[in-house]
Design a protein around this ligand. Structure first.
Ligand SMILES: O=C(O)C[C@H]1NC(=O)NC1=O
Length: 242
C-alpha cells in the first residue's frame, strides 16, 4: 500500500517531520510518500494562506493520480484541511484531512474533546471544521498556543508551551481528549499525553491510520454527483484537472 501524505505548505523540513510521524504508525508494507506542495505559502495560518495553498494541493493529487505508481490514498496534512472537497473531486482513492481525522479519532475516546492550535486567528477555521464534520457538539473548546507554525520547529520552548496549553485546555474544558491543531505538532503528541495524563490526538497519525483502514477494507470513493470529476473547461493560468 502507498499513502501520499501531502503538506499543503511549501516548507520541506515540515514535510519530512510529517512523513516521519506518518511512518511511525503505518503498518509494515505501507509506504509513506511525503509530498511538499509545489506552490503557495511557506505556512498556512490565515484564510489568505489557506486559499493560496489549495492549487498546490490539487496539483499534488493530480500529479499523484497521473504517476506510474499512484497512491492508494492521500492525507492532507494541514489542520485547515485545505482543498479537501476539490481534492476528492480529482482523486480516485480516499482523501482525508488531518483535522477531520483527529476530531473523529478524539470523539471515539470519550464524549468531548478540545483543540489546541497555533495562532488565535485560526480558531474560527477549526470551529467551522468541527461544525462541518458534525462534531461541534463534542468540541468543548478551541485554544491557541500562539506559536506561529514555522516557529514550532525553531522555538526551544515549543514542547513546554504546548504541554501547558494542552493541560490548561483539558482542565478548563473538562474534555476527554485533546486534538493538536497543527501538523507541525505531530512529533509531540505522545510526550504531551504522558505529561498531562489526557489522550492527545495528532491528525497526521490519525489520518494515516484512517486511510490505511479504508484501503485495507477495499473502500474507494464513488466520485459521482457533488464529488464527480470536474467538468472539462479552460482554466487560465491554473492547473487543468485531469
Ligand atoms: O492552521 C494552522 O495553524 C496549522 C496548519 N498550518 C500549516 O502550515 N500546517 C498546519 O497544520
Amino acid at each position: 500500500m502507498r499513502i501520499s501524505v501531502i503538506n499543503p505548505n511549501t516548507t520541506v523540513s515540515m514535510t519530512e517531520q510529517i512523513a516521519a510521524a506518518a511512518r511511525s504508525v503505518a503498518a509494515p508494507g505501507t509506504e509513506i510518500v511525503g509530498v511538499t506542495s509545489s506552490m503557495g505559502p511557506a505556512s498556512i495560518e490565515s484564510h489568505y494562506d489557506e486559499a493560496l495553498s489549495v492549487p498546490g494541493v490539487v496539483e499534488a493529487i493530480v500529479r499523484g493520480e497521473r504517476s506510474d505508481h499512484p497512491a492508494d490514498a492521500y492525507v492532507l496534512a494541514c489542520f485547515g484541511d485545505p482543498g479537501l472537497d476539490a481534492a476528492r473531486e480529482v482523486a480516485s482513492v480516499p482523501v482525508v484531512g488531518i483535522a477531520e481525522a483527529a476530531m473523529h479519532a478524539a470523539s471515539l475516546l470519550g464524549r468531548t474533546f478540545s483543540v489546541v492550535t497555533t495562532l488565535g486567528r485560526t480558531i474560527g477555521r477549526a470551529e467551522e471544521l468541527a461544525e462541518r464534520y458534525g462534531l461541534a457538539g463534542r468540541c468543548r473548546g478551541i485554544h491557541a498556543c500562539e506559536i506561529p507554525v514555522l516557529e514550532l520547529e525553531t522555538n526551544p520552548d515549543t514542547a513546554g508551551v504546548l504541554v501547558d496549553a494542552c493541560r490548561s485546555a483539558a482542565e478548563a474544558d473538562g474534555s476527554d481528549a485533546i486534538v493538536l491543531g497543527c501538523a507541525g505538532m505531530a512529533d509531540l503528541a505522545q510526550v504531551i499525553s504522558a505529561k498531562i495524563g489526557v489522550p492527545v490526538v495528532d491528525g497526521v497519525a490519525a489520518g494515516t491510520l484512517l486511510v490505511q483502514s479504508l484501503v485495507t477494507m477495499g473502500l474507494r470513493p464513488r466520485n459521482t454527483g457533488e464529488l464527480a470529476p470536474p467538468i472539462p473547461k479552460v482554466y487560465h493560468g491554473l492547473l487543468e484537472p485531469f
